[in-house]
Design a protein around this ligand. Structure first.
Ligand code: ATP
Length: 373
């Protein structure tokens, strides 16, 4: 059993950031593409850098890897500076593993030799033991003497993972590592990869433009837009407490009502919405996801009925409905302004175009933001 001091030291190691980047900035051709990005990742933690194409995710990753220099800012690994504008530890001495979408296995080397490639300084026996244990972990031990061309895309991906993990990197940087795989394989390989990385206590920074992937993989999501991290937190919080309208839309379809605020209230055809702290005369966007629209099935064609939590029902006419697999998507043209509002309903619900229905919007599922320009 560990003594108190040792336990405390162990705890420190767990809570000391494995990777810390401070105020990274990078310009290309006079344009800022990474704009004051800071991040902290603990051992065993998976952080997803999530954002649209071109927002600066890969550039951030390349600077951390050391293959590209920042214009300003610092990179720290295990509490030690590895790079600032005056000092630079070369990429191969940063203890960082890399895994990219276009991973390339060496075609002329066996699976075992591919995995052993980065294991310098170890004895033959040590190398063999490490390679076997990793291949077992990614369920490919039977292919240890095979060659890359004999493997499927998913199997090759798992060899690449084993190869990246072989030198026991303290940090793993992954850039869209699963996007080359077909959907059926992807989920299994993601889960497998996550399991191996967690077992090794590796700190992971994974770049993706797919919200589903980030929600599935991340302990923390850092939402990036135009070079900046606009929101950071656990997937639940980023999804349910978005910072702005664009953050809602990045994860799902969003309905938007616009209204002017008077007396901290925004008046709409769905009734009033609270807009605390918003000055009179300010326009706001009231944003809500299709899955949170409620259809008042009992109402039929009758008039609106105010409720405590859902405000007032508004009348819409079905434009079209589509079955999406586990839910149905219904689009309504709303009477009050002719706008289209989307609602999703679990299972099969396919009302005919022209059908009149009454809709409500639960207040606890709405976000009120100053109107987007
Ligand atoms: P994607 O998901 O498409 O890879 P990203 O978020 O990773 O996008 P980056 O690859 O980091 O974005 O690129 C950020 C911006 O910097 C883009 O506008 C890109 O065109 C630009 N950029 C990247 N590398 C260079 C370069 N070497 N020279 C000039 N501009 C570059």
């Amino acid at each position: 059993m560990l003594g108190t001091a040792s336990e405390a030291r162990l705890q420190d190691l767990k809570t000391q950031p494995r990777l810390e980047i401070r105020n990274l900035v990078r310009h290309y051709e006079g344009r800022v593409v990474v704009d004051d990005v800071s991040l902290t990742i603990l051992p065993g933690q998976v952080t997803c850098l999530l954002g649209p194409s071109g927002c600066g995710k890969s550039t951030t990753l390349r600077m951390i890897a050391g293959v590209e220099m920042q214009d300003s800012g610092e990179i720290w690994v295990d509490g030690k500076l590895v790079c600032d504008t005056h000092y630079r530890v070369p990429p191969e001495r940063r203890g960082i593993g890399l895994m990219f979408q276009d991973f390339a296995l060496f075609p002329h080397l066996s699976v075992a030799d591919n995995v052993a490639f980065g294991l310098r300084g170890a004895s033959r026996e040590e190398k063999r033991a490490r390679v076997e244990s990793l291949l077992e972990r990614v369920d490919l031990l039977r292919h240890i003497d095979g060659y890359p061309h004999e493997l499927s895309g998913g199997e090759q991906q798992r060899v690449a993972l084993a190869r990246a993990l072989a030198p026991r990197p303290r940090i793993m940087l992954m850039d869209e590592p699963f996007s080359g795989l077909d959907n059926r394989l992807r989920d299994g390989i993601r889960d497998e990869t996550l399991g191996v990385l967690k077992d090794e206590d590796t700190a992971v920074l994974l770049v993706t433009h797919e919200p589903d992937e980030a929600m599935r993989m991340a302990d923390e999501i850092a939402l990036m837009r135009a070079g900046k991290i606009v929101q950071q937190g656990a997937p639940y919080n980023v999804y349910n407490r978005p910072v702005d309208r664009a953050a809602v839309s990045f994860f799902s379809d969003a309905n938007v009502l616009q209204a002017e605020v008077t007396g901290a209230l925004a008046e709409t055809a769905f009734g009033q919405f609270l807009a605390p702290g918003v000055a009179d005369g300010t326009m706001v966007d009231i944003v809500f996801r299709p899955q949170h629209v409620r259809i008042d099935f009992d109402r039929g064609g009758n008039g609106p009925r105010p409720t405590e939590t859902d405000g007032v029902a508004a009348r819409g006419v079905v434009k079209r409905s589509r079955f999406m697999g586990h839910e149905s998507l219904v689009e309504f043209v709303m009477d009050f302004d002719g706008s289209v509002l989307k609602a999703t309903v679990p299972n099969v619900f396919l009302p005919k175009p022209g059908k009149v229905m009454w809709l409500t919007v639960p207040r606890d599922r709405c976000f009120v933001f100053p109107a987007a320009a």
